[in-house]
Design a protein around this ligand. Sequence first.
Ligand code: NOJ
Length: 446
Amino acid sequence: MDRLTRTLFGSDFEWGVSTAAFQIEGACDADGKGESIWDAFTAKKGKVIGGHKADIACNFYYNFKEDIDLLKKLHIPNFRFSISWTRVLPDGTGKVNQEGINYYNRVIDYCLEQGIEPWLTVYHWDLPQELEQKGGWTNRQIVDWFSNYTEICARSFGDRVKHWMVMNEPSVFSGAGYFFGIHAPGRTGIKNFLPVIHHVVLSMVAGARKLREILPDANIGTTFSCSHIEPASQSKRDIAAAHRADALVNRLFIEPVLGLGYPVNEIPVLSDMQKYILPGDEENMHFDFDFIGLQNYTREIVKYSFLTPYIHARLVKAAQRKVPLTAMGWEVYPRAIYHILKKFDAYPQIKKIIITENGAAFPDDLIDGNVADVQRLDYIRENLQQILAARQEGVNVQGYFVWTLTDNFEWAEGYHPRFGLVHVDFETQQRTIKSSGYWYSDFLKG
Ligand code: NOJ
């Protein structure tokens, strides 16, 4: 294979790193910020490994200049970050907190001064706790709350921000947060999950339409988590189970948005959603996004399971399969991203794909001021090789963002999994660029 170079991807290909407010900012109640569901969730016992909290996290709120300087130093031209809803609207609706707006203005302006393009995610999981008390995503009023919040973001930042993502990984925040209860707000069961799915879809579209109305020239996308799914065997039952799991993991949120409706045939329980779908909703469930952000980390192997409700399918854990693992227990399988790109490129409604997240957590060692994270470096390089292969076969993939710049707060896993190109000592907030960071930088320099 040819040496992997940036030029092979073409000059318009967008390169960057991705982050999220709650995972890096800290300053959990600074300058009028309201409480989010993640502030509330992390305050409860037993929800996050090690009892870790994100009150300080990477201290990005106070030290953002230092981290943006690192981006510049590493030749990373695009920076994806999210807005914390409760900095802007402490109660989710009502009075705007000007200090929150001022903070994001400072971040955006500093990026632009350094020649770095900001890519904004409107919602990366940190719902206002006040809204959760009113039912959160289960309450249909959230469509209005969310559009109002998106409108404030568009009006406040849209004069300088050209790239927008409405939501981050709807299947994860709704599934982990409202079905399994392992993420905030920690609710469980199909009764919560079904209305949430529909309200998230309506909100995603309402938010996107708001952005389009206010910022007609903006580049508007949204992001989906996706995993390449394979059956555990060639038995009919496993193949059918894999098909159902694929509908749940990869199709549930994107297909309605593309105008294809919910995958009810594969997941019959979705027909119970009918009671939440009101007359006229169908017109408000799809949007012509400029790009679709795909976030892929691994593949999943799926087996028929009589005992698993609703989909009769279960994942065969990577640890049982004797394959190389990341610190998240996910299989290292770079070919997955190639399959994912082929799969999503086959939807004629998708205009352009950007890989808005890809990366890996490994147990890094800081030795004499160096982190020789060879596994992460290989992971990124091999994933890029697969993306290039798909692109050379005609897949319209136009960008790649590494998850993530600095080690940060990995939700229910706390600080243990380190995903960064830059190591963080959480006691001292000292940053150390890892080998993978230097490699990415050299690659971007060309
Ligand atoms: C998906 C999420 O968007 C991000 O918040 C998370 O940290 C990474 N993937 C890694 O799990």
